[in-house]
Design a protein around this ligand. Structure first.
Ligand SMILES: Cc1cc2nc3c(=O)[nH]c(=O)nc-3n(C[C@H](O)[C@H](O)[C@H](O)COP(=O)(O)O)c2cc1C
Length: 408
């Protein structure tokens, strides 16, 4: 299930050099579960054939309704009424001008005028066309009329020079659309809930250039943040250093060490409804962090590091816990259930997600995971090996089944 599942999306394609990118966006929308139909302008059909869109969507394309032989339907009204979400992509300067002025002189613009569905506009054009006062005026009019407009990207244009007007990449458009849809959906299970997720492996500095860390990639935490956002939550992602891109619509708090992570979680704990501690927090840190780079001693003697325990974050929070639903993670290489159960009880957790990281495809770094979910006084549940996104969904659905989204 995603926010797109079974959603009727009408993509209106107009005639720009980026028309082909609408195909990639449509594929992504369909992958997310949307049912997509296309209306295109005659000029768009000069760039990409209706047959391509028709084959991809497995739906008839609306292009020229005046030559239709079906007497039972008024094509644009039927499509307009069918639509849950309308996306104009790419939106040419011409299409924007028409929509801003209520012009309906072909099937595409008539369908736009006839639908009451929310409309999302993704402009793409030459930078001078975009900067033209007429285009800017028309875009402002669209916003004033309640349409949602994505700002074009700046970069190399088809004309061979750099400027603002490029169609953002399809994954950026999809992320924007998804976030817009989430903002408009009050009935999502985690709407108005504050979910805090920690992610990644903390770094404990030895000196200005070296640190002790672990193999955590942050992928599980980022997947949890994304799915919580898709379920409507206000998400704070407290992230140790990773190579990942944060999901759109999520507030990111970057941290490095365990101490910084504790401070960041403490800051938001009072307003937290669900806390998910997916970060791999270092258990130990060097007693001294040198202010200058540690040099090799002249006599090549061994270097001894003295380590001291970092704060036990869950233990600190367990004392302050009020109505927060707390989810911990336990990565183990042996005695999974014994160790995990101990952690569940001692940290007063509501849910513990345990994984045996010695198994192939499980835990750190990869895109898949297999976990056992432990809750107080309940039988453990072991999932199948699945993507981290799928596991994230199971974790959050389990929390919701426990009423985590209902707590005051
Ligand atoms: C090769 C070529 C590329 C074009 N690219 C764009 C573009 O990226 N954005 C745009 O607004 N217009 C672009 N145009 C101009 C539009 O095709 C033209 O304004 C047309 O009337 C738009 O019709 P439509 O909005 O009904 O599809 C391009 C024209 C040509 C010939």
């Amino acid at each position: 299930m995603s926010i797109w599942t079974q959603r009727h999306v009408t993509v209106v394609v107009s005639g720009g050099i980026a028309s082909y990118k609408a195909l990639i966006l449509i594929r992504s929308l369909m992958k997310q579960g949307a049912v997509v139909r296309v209306a295109m302008t005659a000029h768009a059909a000069e760039f990409v054939t209706p047959l391509t869109f028709q084959t991809l969507t497995q739906q008839p394309v609306v292009l020229d309704e005046f030559t239709t032989t079906d007497p039972t339907h008024v094509v644009h009204v039927e499509l307009a009424d069918w639509t849950d979400v309308m996306v104009l992509v790419p939106a040419t300067a011409n299409l924007i001008a028409k929509v801003a002025n209520g012009i309906a002189d072909d099937a595409a613009t008539t369908t736009i005028l006839a639908t009451t569905a929310p409309k999302f506009v993704v402009p793409a054009m030459n930078s001078h066309m975009y900067a033209n006062p007429a285009t800017q005026r028309n875009l402002q009019q669209l916003t004033a009329d309640g349409l949602h407009v994505l700002t074009p990207a700046t970069g190399m244009l088809a004309e061979g020079y750099v400027g603002q007007g490029r169609l953002p990449e399809p994954d950026v458009i999809l992320a924007w659309l998804t976030d817009q849809l989430i903002q408009q959906s009050a009935d999502l299970p985690l709407a108005h809930r504050h979910v805090v997720v920690t992610a990644g492996g903390t770094r404990e500095a030895l000196d200005p250039v070296r640190y002790i860390s672990n193999r955590s990639s942050g992928k599980m935490g980022y997947a949890l943040a994304q799915v919580a956002r898709e379920m409507g939550a206000d998400v704070t992602l407290i992230s140790a250093t990773t190579n990942l891109t944060a999901p759109v619509g999520v507030t990111v708090v970057p941290v490095s060490s365990a101490a910084e992570l504790l401070a960041a979680v403490t800051d938001v704990f009072a307003t937290t409804d669900i806390l998910i501690m997916a970060a791999a927090v270092s258990d130990y840190r060097p007693v001294d962090s040198a202010s200058q780079k540690i040099k090799k001693p002249a006599d090549h003697a061994d270097l001894n590091l003295q380590l001291t325990e970092t704060p036990d974050i869950l233990k600190v929070l367990a004392v302050r816990k009020q109505n927060q639903y707390m989810i911990g993670f336990a990565a183990e290489t042996q005695d999974l259930l014994v160790n995990a159960n101990r952690k569940l009880t001692s940290k007063k957790l509501d849910l513990l997600v345990a994984n045996d990281v010695s198994q192939p495809g499980v835990g750190f770094n990869g895109d898949t995971n297999q976990v056992t979910l432990l809750r107080p006084n309940q039988e453990p549940v072991t999932t199948a090996l699945a993507t981290k996104t799928a596991i994230a969904r199971i974790v959050l659905e389990t929390a919701i089944a426990d009423g985590a989204n209902k707590q005051a």
